[in-house]
Design a protein around this ligand. Structure first.
Ligand SMILES: Cc1cc2nc3c(=O)[nH]c(=O)nc-3n(C[C@H](O)[C@H](O)[C@H](O)COP(=O)(O)OP(=O)(O)OC[C@H]3O[C@@H](n4cnc5c(N)ncnc54)[C@H](O)[C@@H]3O)c2cc1C
Length: 596
């Protein structure tokens, strides 16, 4: 059964208690965003997600999207849900007020995103891609394009799409072939075929604004010859209303393993009118603004699904009775004890819980950095925040989506054979979670980005945005304290991470394949240390609250128990990562290609 109640208490903990000392301060831009306001927003979002989006999750998966004669119809209920979503302003929660958005902090927005992804990840893609497109246009589009398109995209009247992938190029965008010919009046005519375009066509809105990567006639080869264009489905008339059909059509939709209610479209551009966004041949740079926003968002998909999977597994583990508890009969009134009594089932539930709470805590920190990057009080704060965002974006994307799938798989395992049967609802979480490890740059590519670009950037400056807070925390909490064992564990894991960093830095200088072979293990290692740091901080606060006396002893006690489980049972993975990294590329690359 798909169960979801937004974890509001933990969300409030992350928002109001956990990261107050992260050095980004209280941002004046959000001075009027009171705790009462954010509380009301979170509660209202939970209601919408639980009552409107969750009921459409399973039916949307069963029905999927329909395609006929170039038109895509979303599953029953999606049009109405999108209308309610937009009327409530949920699509515009964090977009700039200048364009009609509500300008709330990302620290709130990311929590709402988590609820949306937990209840209906397919639905999340329609507004999600629009927000990415808004981010790119806000920075790179000229004024005329901004005036014509941003207000309607921000209001949710029009959605956006991101058109990069072509049949022969996904990761290696340098090979893309879609062409853009200048018309002479400032516009361009685009021709080419794109595949796998999420929300490329649908029936939720009257217009769709495609952001398309293409080549100008004289463009240099490779990634330095790619430009970004805005191509609307319908060209607006003088009053700004969608009027003339543009030369862009949907040729088919894909039949997929998961996220079946999200339309994944093959798009044909046949002399479609478009306008340049940003500088010629610098399209990838502009598109990266969109992709970076999307990458954190995709990480949140992993977290959302992980939380929904966990809650559904807990419900089942309390309900299903099999065997007797090893410590003696617990429910003599029943033929057997509930499976939640079994240590191996506890292992699965605690693992999911720890991953979810850890990822929520880390995303809360990254979200605060996203806010401080824009609105920090001084240049030094903004730079430090931007560094942390740059470093953690591939970590959030890849780690959270890997763990999301792991949690979904553990939920299926908790249900036993019933988990494998569609009716249980949890197998959908596994299918829906899988794509998040692939799109927006595969997780392997995230690891290469981390190790090849982010790690060496500015002589390790991005790394320092993370290393400094961790080492300061260890130093400040090294003495006697209720969390002393955790601080000692964090110190060991942090030293392991530092050791791995220097091994990679030395070897990669001589041989880039060494870095390539170590990348995924390094991402997991730094990700686990980041979760450990967040858990140690969480446990410290929880211990303080308990010592002071609190009416919420159950919440804080559980927080310490979850953190302790993470340290005991999950953080030791760092040692395995270190040994794998240290072994080098040898056994990975030794085999002759012909032997495969
Ligand atoms: C449901 C769905 C929705 C999507 N939505 C969109 C969308 O809205 N817009 C859009 O433009 N695209 C979209 N995509 C495309 C998606 O982003 C790509 O599929 C993804 O980036 C990978 O590209 P590819 O499929 O061509 O795989 P490939 O690039 O062929 O990669 C295959 C494998 O090789 C690895 N690999 C490739 N190059 C390297 C390298 N240099 N080093 C190490 N490993 C490498 C990859 O990690 C992967 O494991 C979507 C895809 C799907 C399935």
């Amino acid at each position: 059964m798909q169960i979801y109640n937004a974890p509001l208490r933990d969300m409030r903990f992350v928002l109001n208690e956990l990261h107050q000392d992260d050095g980004f301060g209280n941002l004046p831009a959000y001075a009027d965003i009171t705790p009462d306001l954010t509380e009301a927003v979170l509660e209202e979002a939970a209601r919408l997600c639980q009552n409107v989006l969750l009921p459409l999750n399973r039916s949307g998966d069963e029905e999927g999207c329909h395609f006929e004669a170039g038109k895509v119809t979303t599953p029953k209920g999606f049009v109405e849900a999108y209308r309610q979503f937009v009327e409530g302003g949920w699509n515009a929660l964090v977009t700039p007020p200048e364009w009609g958005g509500q300008g709330l902090p990302e620290a709130v927005g990311k929590l709402v995103e988590e609820m949306i992804c937990a209840t209906n990840v397919s639905f999340s893609l329609y507004p999600g891609l629009t927000n990415g497109a808004i981010a790119a246009l806000t920075v790179y589009a000229n004024d005329a394009l901004k005036q014509a398109y941003l207000p309607k995209m921000v209001s949710g009247q029009w959605t956006g799409s991101m058109c990069l992938t072509e049949a022969h190029c996904g990761t290696d965008l340098g090979m893309l072939r879609t062409k853009a010919e200048p018309v002479g009046d400032g516009s361009f005519k685009l021709s080419g075929a794109k595949i796998f375009i999420s929300a490329g066509e649908h029936d939720l809105t009257e217009n769709i604004i495609h952001l398309v990567l293409a080549r100008l006639p004289d463009a240099p080869k490779g990634v330095k010859g790619i430009s970004l264009f805005l191509v609307p489905k319908f060209l607006p008339d003088a009053a700004g209303n969608p009027a003339t059909a543009n030369g862009v059509t949907c040729a088919a939709i894909e039949h997929k393993m998961g996220i079946k209610a999200s339309a994944t479209c093959q798009m044909l551009f046949d002399g479609a009118v478009g306008w340049l966004v940003g500088e010629p041949n610098r399209g990838l740079e502009a598109m990266f603004t969109m992709m970076n926003a999307e990458r954190v968002g995709v990480g949140i998909q992993g977290l959302g699904i992980g939380e929904a999977a966990y809650q559904s597994a807990v419900w089942y583990a309390k309900d299903r009775v099999q065997g007797r508890a090893l410590s003696g009969v617990k429910r003599p009134d029943l033929a057997a004890d509930p499976i939640i009594m079994h240590p191996d089932v506890r292992r699965m539930l605690m693992t999911m819980r720890a991953y979810n709470e850890g990822c929520r805590a880390l995303s809360g920190w990254v979200a605060r950095a996203l806010d401080a990057e824009k609105h920090g009080g001084d240049a030094e704060t903004r730079e430090r925040a931007a560094d942390l965002v740059a470093l953690m974006t591939p970590v959030v994307k890849a780690l959270f989506t890997d763990l999301g799938l792991e949690s979904a798989s553990l939920a299926v395992q908790t249900y036993g054979g019933h988990g494998f049967i569609r009716e249980s609802g949890v197998e959908q979480y596994m299918r829906d979670a899988r794509i998040a490890m692939i799109y927006e740059g595969t997780n392997g590519i995230q690891a290469l980005d981390l190790i090849g670009r982010k790690m060496p950037a500015f002589m390790g400056r991005y790394l320092r945005s993370f290393f400094h807070p961790v080492s300061n925390f260890i130093e400040a909490n090294a003495g006697e304290s209720p969390i002393a064992p955790m601080v000692a564990g964090l110190k060991r894991a942090f030293e392991t991470l530092q050791g791995a960093t220097s091994v990679i830095a030395q070897r990669a200088l001589k041989d880039p394949e060494e870095a390539g072979a170590a990348a995924s293990d390094f991402l997991r290692l730094i990700g686990l240390v980041a979760l450990a740091y967040c858990f140690a901080k969480s446990a410290k606060i929880a211990a303080q609250r308990l010592a002071e006396g609190t009416a919420e002893a159950a919440f804080y006690t559980a927080k310490i128990q979850t953190a302790t489980f993470f340290y005991d049972r999950l953080l030791p993975q760092t040692v395995a990562c270190f040994f794998a990294i240290k072994s080098g590329k040898g056994s990975t690359m030794a085999m002759d290609e012909a032997a495969f």
